[in-house]
Design a protein around this ligand. Structure first.
Ligand code: ASP
Length: 438
């Protein structure tokens, strides 16, 4: 495949997957049909799954190695703490803005008015850890177990510790750091290799998904569906556009263009975690965020920053309150803002988990958790859309923090590099420069 056309090909794969999948869905095929058995539930499903699994495969090694390298180049200096503070504050603020916007629009639109509750199915909420457990769980007792379980917060803590320790043990630390830098290159190369097959992976994922998607539910829940979708678009364009323009001083349109492939991956996989390798690669090589900032902000964002999810949860809360005819009052709404902001920290970046943490929010304001059953039918498609917003939020914050810390390469952002694929020797040259700079 022509490497220069990669971004375009991913988009073609995406659109073709959606169109063909939707056509198969409406075609009068029986479940025993050869196309259904061997292509949709066979070949496409297998290739799609293998593609997502391969993306996930890279997450733990990538987070560990790139963050240890990033933390070690920031060293024990105050900048690590400052970057962490700014990043976490921005993640919380953008999520609070997202949920506030969602609540305001939902209250105006009234998505749950006139809903027939007779059709509800049952929803069983999963058990959730307490706040105390959540805090203690950030700290790993066994880093290997943390990696094996892909517990991202624990891996992040361990990687930062390793990175800081590297800077404090002289020549041994330097040797170990050089080795980690080399591994960083190897793993980034794996990301690039995987991106080359992305158009096919994305196509297969989406054909299989759309062929089996229940579109009927969208018609029944049109008001809810389009309210969530509308707020996602508003937040994406207005909040992020404004932040990129005024806090980062960059052109938002160019930023969206650069982030295009990340959104396509997030949409296709519905997983911020699985998209993380692509987000990291994109913010570094297409946007211009340097590794010291990107390696911390992006994995953290994929784990704790879920603006799109918070939007769905805000609209869903209003929807369920209206459907059950329960008035949750202004304090209830404030509670929702707080609970959704915190819930977004606890929402893992995997498909569908936003619905589970929604249970926690409903609980907080005394709404029936069974209300979730009302919206399950349309959640798959909304999950794809909100995940695209989640990862754009990670990229936005990474860019703002990098700009404010002087860790942003403006020539990359302004340059002509518009494709995912950079010739290998260029990546090498880039690394050598940054290694020497250190
Ligand atoms: N799928 C979302 C993500 O990975 C989380 C969710 O809202 O369910 O970002």
């Amino acid at each position: 495949m022509e490497t220069g056309n990669l971004t375009r090909n991913i988009l073609i794969g995406m659109v073709a997957g959606i169109v063909i999948g939707s056509l198969v869905h409406v075609a009068p095929l029986s479940a025993e049909n050869v196309i259904s058995i061997y292509l949709i539930d066979g070949l496409f499903d297998v290739v799609g799954d293998v593609f997502v699994i391969s993306l996930k495969l890279l997450v733990v090694p990538l987070v560990f190695v790139s963050l240890a390298c990033g933390a070690s180049s920031l060293g024990a200096s105050a900048s690590m703490g400052r970057i962490a503070g700014k990043t976490i504050a921005l993640y919380l603020v953008t999520t609070a803005l997202a949920i506030s916007l969602a609540l305001s629009v939902a209250v105006m639109v009234g998505p749950g008015e006139g809903i027939d509750l007779g059709e509800q199915t049952e929803f069983v909420a999963k058990e959730r850890p307490s706040l105390k457990e959540t805090i203690v769980n950030i700290f790993p007792s066994n880093p290997i177990a943390a990696m094996a379980e892909a517990n991202m917060l624990q891996v992040i803590v361990f990687a930062i510790l390793v990175g800081v320790a590297l800077t404090r043990c002289g020549p041994a630390g330097e040797r170990a750091r050089d080795m980690l830098n080399d591994w960083n290159e190897v793993i980034m190369q794996m990301v690039i290799m995987l991106m080359k097959v992305a158009p096919y992976g994305v196509f297969c994922l989406l054909v299989a998904l759309f062929a089996n998607m229940g579109f009927g539910a969208i018609l029944d829940l049109a008001k809810y569906f389009f309210t969530v979708a509308g707020v996602l678009v508003l937040h994406f364009l207005i909040t992020y556009g404004f932040l990129i323009r005024f806090l980062a001083g960059l052109n938002p349109v160019r930023f969206y263009q650069r982030m295009g492939p990340v959104m396509a991956y997030a949409f296709s996989t519905s997983s911020s975690n699985a998209t993380m390798p692509v987000t990291l690669d994109t913010v570094k090589r297409r946007v211009g965020v340097q590794n010291e900032v990107a390696s911390f902000t992006v994995p953290l964002g994929a784990t704790i920053n879920m603006d799109g999810t918070a939007i769905m949860q805000g609209v869903a809360t209003v929807f369920i309150a209206q459907a059950f005819n329960i008035d949750i009052s202004i304090t209830g709404y404030l509670m929702v803002v707080l609970a959704a902001t915190l819930a977004s920290i606890g929402t893992a970046g995997v498909p569908g988990v936003g619905l589970i943490t929604l249970a926690l929010i409903l609980d907080q304001v005394g709404l029936p958790v069974e209300g979730i059953a009302l919206i399950i039918g349309v959640d798959r498609l909304l999950d794809m859309m909100r995940t695209a917003v989640n990862v754009t939020g990670d990229g936005t914050v990474a860019t703002i923090v990098a700009r404010s810390e002087g860790k942003f390469d403006r020539t990359i952002f302004d340059g002509e590099v518009s494709e995912l694929d950079v010739p290998e020797n260029e990546v090498q040259a880039e690394t050598e420069t940054s290694t020497h700079e250190r």
